[in-house]
Structures are given as C-alpha cells and as structure tokens.
Design a protein around this ligand. Structure first.
Ligand code: NDP
Length: 330
C-alpha cells in the first residue's frame, strides 16, 4: 500500500513538505478483515484539527502512521462473510491506495442511485452535517431567513439548498465570482467576503436581507461571524458547524467584540459534531437521497487526480480552490 503520513504536528498553515508518501507491504489478510482498493478519497477541513497533536473531540493523527479519512472503494479480498470481492464500500482508511481494515470498520454503500463518490459528499458526512446543523441544531422553520458562510462548499452548498426549499430569504457568503454566480443561479443571494472588513460585510448582509436572519449556519468564524451577529433577528439560532478561517491560526485571537448581540437579540449559539448525530443518517438519506438522485438537489465536485495529489487537495480547502466537495480520484 502507498499512504500519506506526517512526521510532525505543524503550526500555522501546513507546508506541502509536511506530507510524506510511504510504501509498505500489507500483512496477509486476517480473519474478519477486508482489503479495499480505494477509488475516491475525501479531504476535509476537520483533518487540520487532527494534525494539531491535541485531542479535541477526536484523537490527533498518529505521527508516521497512515493518515485517516473517509474513502470509497471496492473490496478486492475478504475474510469476512459480510463482504465479497467487488462490493462497493465506505470506510475511514483514506490517504492511501489500498486499505486493509477490520470488516467492522467498513460499510456497504447505500443503494440510492448516485455516483459512488456522492457518499463522500452530498450524501455522506458533509451532507449529513448540513442537514443536522440546519434542522436539528438551528431548528430551522418554514419561512426563516437563513445565512450560510462557506456557502458553496460541500456542507454549505447543501445547507443553502435545504434552506431555500423551505425558507424565506437565503443568503450565502463565498469567496469567488464563480461561487457567487453558482449561488445566485439557485436563488441564493450571494455576498463576497473577500477584501471586506466586518463593517462592510455587516452592511452588505443588511442590504441582502434587511429583516435580518433567523438562522446563521456558521462555517467560517472571524468577520463573517461578527457581521452575522450584527444582522440577527430576535430569537435567532446560530449552528456553529465550523470556523475554517481560524484553523491555521498560530495564536489565540480575540472573540467577536459584538458577542453581546446574542443577548440583545435573545439568540442561541450551539456547536455540534456530526458524528454524534449519526443515528439520524438513515432519516437524512431517506429525505435527501431521492432529491439528489432526481437532480432536484445539485452538488459540485472538485476532483484532483492521483494519490500523490491528496495533500494538495487538502491544502486547497484553505485557499478556497474547491467548488463543492473536494475529492481525490485514484
Ligand atoms: P468546504 O467545501 O466548504 O471547503 C472549505 C471552504 O471554506 C473553501 O472552499 C473556502 O471557500 C472557505 N474558506 C477557507 N478558508 C477561509 C477563510 N479564511 N475565510 C473564509 N472562508 C474560507 O468544506 P466543508 O464543506 O467540508 O466544511 C465546511 C465547514 O464545515 C468547515 O468549517 C468544517 O470544519 C465544518 N464541518 C463541521 C463538521 C461538524 O461536525 N461540526 C463536519 C464537517 C464539516 P470560499 O472560496 O468561499 O472562501
């Protein structure tokens, strides 16, 4: 197997040289194990947290060991009765070409007719995150005005479409003209954050939705959060999904100076980790799966080719080079 590892925990934005490609012969398959040829690897912003060497809600990556991440592939050898050669599966043995895992850590792909890699994106963890944040955490109601940051990404692009389906005004924050156009074409009012301070962003969000927001789906932090807080309606709910603008910080930064807007607007702000809501996954698939299969919910992918590109694909998440789900095809 060829796999990526790191030999040190980085501070700040990781350098490409941090990631080392290694090759190793796999042991013979043990009873209860399967061997999978990966076809698609997922890279996700949360992986940066696992590179910090600190236990958060999840253990840090082990140095010199294969990195982990979601992957989809085909079983090429099995010593477990639940899986046969040729089965399409999903598992966490990503960042490598061939994964050898306990069959307990492997699941068959669901049967909804979508391309396999959709189970890493719109019908996988990011999609489930969008659905959970909006419905379970922010308790979005019919007609709510909804603001989403990183709105054209894997999570954000589903969040805006789900919000649009039952919302009032939906506004998305994104970083490039192409992304803004994609949002506008789906009836989402798009606001760019690039080159703007919190005051300017506050004014633009107000112009886009003068009545203010009932829900803020937070993916970014920093000035986006400040501007969102300034535009909350009374009783607003903020689902804190991520704060990607902070993940490469080298020093603690001060929180938003206008946090008191939570009080003024009697708002609620709640963080969540999607894995703790996984018992809802079947419900999510039932609700969103058919809409994706019918093309009523759309999704974008940015695909990098070849295992060697995995670190680059990951690093591009922090420059916004991805539109929709960032994937690596092997
Ligand atoms: P995306 O597909 O949205 O990719 C990341 C995007 O973030 C980039 O394309 C870029 O878009 C934007 N971005 C990057 N750096 C900055 C910055 N400094 N300021 C503003 N925007 C930035 O990733 P995901 O959809 O996978 O993840 C989105 C968020 O959801 C992340 O914060 C992630 O950590 C979080 N998450 C949380 C989970 C949970 O369980 N709580 C589970 C999964 C994801 P642009 O060009 O618009 O700037």
């Amino acid at each position: 197997t060829r796999y990526f590892t790191i030999t040190d925990y980085p501070t700040g934005t990781p350098e490409r040289e941090l990631f080392k490609l290694r090759e190793e012969a796999l042991a013979e398959l043990a009873e209860g194990e399967v061997r999978v040829r990966n076809a698609w690897l997922s890279v996700d912003p949360y992986m940066r947290g696992r590179m910090s060497g600190v236990k958060t809600y999840i253990d840090p990556f082990e140095l010199n060991a294969p990195l982990q991440g979601a992957a989809v592939g085909e079983v090429i050898e099995s010593r477990d009765s639940r899986f046969a050669v040729g089965d399409k599966v999903r598992h966490m043995g990503g960042w490598r070409d061939i994964a050898q895992l306990s069959a307990d850590q492997v699941e068959a792909l669901p049967s909804i007719e979508v391309p396999d890699q959709a189970y890493l994106g719109v019908l996988g963890m990011p999609g489930m995150t969008a659905w959970t944040g909006l419905n379970i955490i922010a308790e979005m109601k019919e007609g709510d005005n909804v603001l989403v940051s990183a709105a054209s990404g894997a999570v954000g692009s589903l969040a805006v479409q789900l919000a649009k389906a039952k919302g009032g005004t939906v506004v998305g924050i994104a970083g490039s003209q192409e992304k803004l156009d994609w949002l506008e074409a789906r009836g989402v009012k798009a606001v760019s954050y690039k080159g703007k301070n919190a005051e300017q962003l506050t004014a633009e969000l107000h112009d886009a939705c003068p009545d203010g927001f009932d829900v803020y789906y937070e993916n970014v932090g920093g000035d986006c959060l400040v501007a969102a807080l300034n535009n909350l309606r009374v009783g607003a709910r903020i689902a804190v999904c991520g704060m990607i603008s902070r993940y490469n910080d080298t020093q603690p930064v001060e929180g938003p100076a206008n946090l008191a807007m939570i009080l003024v607007r009697r708002a609620r702000m709640q963080g969540f980790i999607v894995f703790e809501h996984w018992d809802n996954y079947a419900r999510f698939l039932e609700e969103v799966g058919p809409l994706v299969a019918k093309g009523e919910i759309e999704y974008e992918e940015t695909v990098e080719e070849g295992l060697e590109q995995t670190p680059d694909a990951f690093l591009k998440l922090f420059t916004g080079a991805n539109k929709g789900k960032m994937l690596v095809r092997l």
